[in-house]
Design a protein around this ligand. Structure first.
Ligand code: NI
Length: 137
C-alpha cells in the first residue's frame, strides 16, 4: 500500500462560541478564537490517500486530478469564507479544527473512493503549533 499526500491551503474566518455561555466563559474556554468580531486563520490542509500503483503510470492517483477534486469539493467552499456562516458542510457545528477535518473527510471520501483509492487521513493545521488529524472514525 502506498500513501500519497497533497497539501492545499485556505484562509477563512471563524468564531468559537456557545451563545448560552457568558462572554467571560467563552473567553476562558475558547480564548482569542471567541472574539465577537471574528478572526481568521491561514489553514493548511493535508489530504492523504492510499492505494495500489497503476502499473502503467507508477502512480496510485494522478496528483493533479486529486488537487482538482480537493479544490472543487472543499477549498472553494472554505477559502476566504466565514466558516460559521457560509460553509454548507459546517452549518450547525462548532467551527473547531476537529469539526473541520470531519467535514472535509465527509466531503471528499465518496469522490476519492470513486477513483478506486481510499482516503487515509485529513490533517488541518490551524496555526504553526496546532494541527488535527482524522482517520475516518
Ligand atoms: Ni481561531
Amino acid at each position: 500500500m502506498i500513501y500519497v499526500t497533497r497539501r492545499e491551503r485556505f484562509c477563512a474566518a471563524h468564531r468559537l462560541v456557545r451563545d448560552e455561555w457568558s462572554e467571560e466563559k467563552n473567553d476562558e474556554v475558547f480564548g482569542k478564537c471567541s472574539n465577537p468580531n471574528w478572526h481568521g486563520h491561514n489553514y493548511v490542509l493535508f489530504v492523504t490517500v492510499k492505494g495500489n500503483q497503476n502499473p502503467e503510470t507508477g502512480f496510485i492517483v494522478n496528483i493533479k486530478h486529486l488537487s482538482k477534486i480537493i479544490k472543487e469539493k472543499v477549498i472553494t467552499k472554505l477559502d476566504h469564507k466565514n466558516i460559521n456562516l457560509e460553509v454548507d458542510f459546517m452549518q450547525g457545528k462548532m467551527a473547531s479544527t476537529e469539526n473541520i477535518v470531519i467535514g472535509i473527510w465527509e466531503e471528499l471520501e465518496p469522490v476519492i473512493n470513486a477513483l478506486g483509492i481510499q482516503l487515509h487521513c485529513i490533517k488541518v493545521q490551524e496555526t504553526e503549533n496546532n494541527f488535527v488529524e482524522y482517520y475516518g472514525n
